[in-house]
Design a protein around this ligand. Structure first.
Ligand SMILES: C[S@@+](CC[C@H](N)C(=O)[O-])C[C@H]1O[C@@H](n2cnc3c(N)ncnc32)[C@H](O)[C@@H]1O
Length: 277
């Protein structure tokens, strides 16, 4: 393991690098893997054409819950394993990460499980076109977009994925980044919002309260993603930290009703999206 911040990374129980994560990562992974399991029946019909799991922010494939001795599988490993328990496995596990060491660790962990892993070097904006190029356009694919911040959740990722006919996307939209940094990102010197929601400067005024500005950016992004032909599930799952603080939403984007029905079943879908900041 290269020299790393010991607060963030540590050797894992299998000797490979793991990231230290908050306990809320368990909630995120439960929702993602519940969706993987629930969509197994639909995936089964596409085993001939292709049913890929796409994870361009894959991490190392394993994590340690901060302040505990508990290790958990990271998203690519947990999703691969859960699909095996469902009626439809994934025909490929297409992973990437901007951090080469993490990508290599995830690849090793998946290879050890005999997963059909296809690693591609990051960053995500470079990896996604290569991954899409390698997939059957008529297959049924599932992508998890799980970056730390809004700038990395760049709009070109959605544009690329929307080219696939049958694609479900689960995206991590960081509320904490929005709440902490929206005013800073609005400054000409920052390009985070330009990546997240291109052309926002011509469409969203900054001449409003901070809360109204955050809501307006998010609504603009939401409209742009919908215009790609990727409708969002009504329910945005809010993931909270240990102190109850709002961390991020997990959002499902998908064209077919079945996906929305499954999301409603596996998420706490009784709630509606809220734009209260
Ligand atoms: C929240 S972690 C992913 C955790 C993983 N999905 C899981 O649940 O186990 C975000 C990952 O994104 C990677 N990353 C950050 N910026 C990136 C970028 N622009 N392109 C690709 N990966 C990036 C980081 O190295 C980190 O591993």
């Amino acid at each position: 393991m290269a020299q790393r911040d010991p607060e963030q990374y540590t050797p894992g129980d299998d000797g490979l690098i793991v990231e230290k994560v908050g306990s809320w990562a368990v909630e995120k992974l439960k929702l993602v893997t519940d969706y993987v399991y629930a969509s197994g029946g639909a995936r089964k019909k596409y085993l001939g054409t292709g049913a890929a799991y796409i994870d361009p922010f894959c991490g190392s494939g394993r994590a340690k819950i901060r302040g505990t001795t508990t290790f958990i599988d990271g998203s690519p490993v947990a999703s691969f394993k859960r699909a095996l328990q469902s009626p439809g496995r994934f025909t490929s596990i297409n992973i990437s990460d901007g951090d080469q060491e993490l990508l290599a660790a995830a690849t090793k962990r998946l290879t050890a499980l005999r997963a059909p892993v296809q690693p591609v070097s990051g960053p995500a904006s470079e990896a996604i076109p290569k991954i899409i190029q390698s997939l059957d356009k008529n297959g049924l694919h599932l992508a998890l977009l799980d970056p730390y911040n809004l700038g990395a959740l760049s709009f070109d990722l959605f544009e690329g994925l929307a080219r696939l006919k049958h694609i479900d996307v689960i995206a991590h939209v960081s509320v904490s980044d929005l709440q902490r940094n929206a005013a800073r990102y609005a400054d000409e010197d920052y390009d985070q919002f330009d990546k997240f929601a291109p052309d926002w400067r011509t469409k969203v005024s900054t001449d409003m309260t901070k809360a109204a500005f955050r809501a307006a950016i998010l609504k603009y992004w939401s409209t742009k993603v919908t215009a790609l032909g990727l409708p969002q599930a009504k329910h945005w799952e809010l993931i909270r930290g240990d102190q109850g603080q709002r961390l991020y939403w997990l959002i499902l984007l998908a064209r077919h009703d079945l996906a929305h029905g499954l999301w409603a079943k596996v998420s706490s879908a009784a709630k509606s999206p809220t734009f209260d900041f």
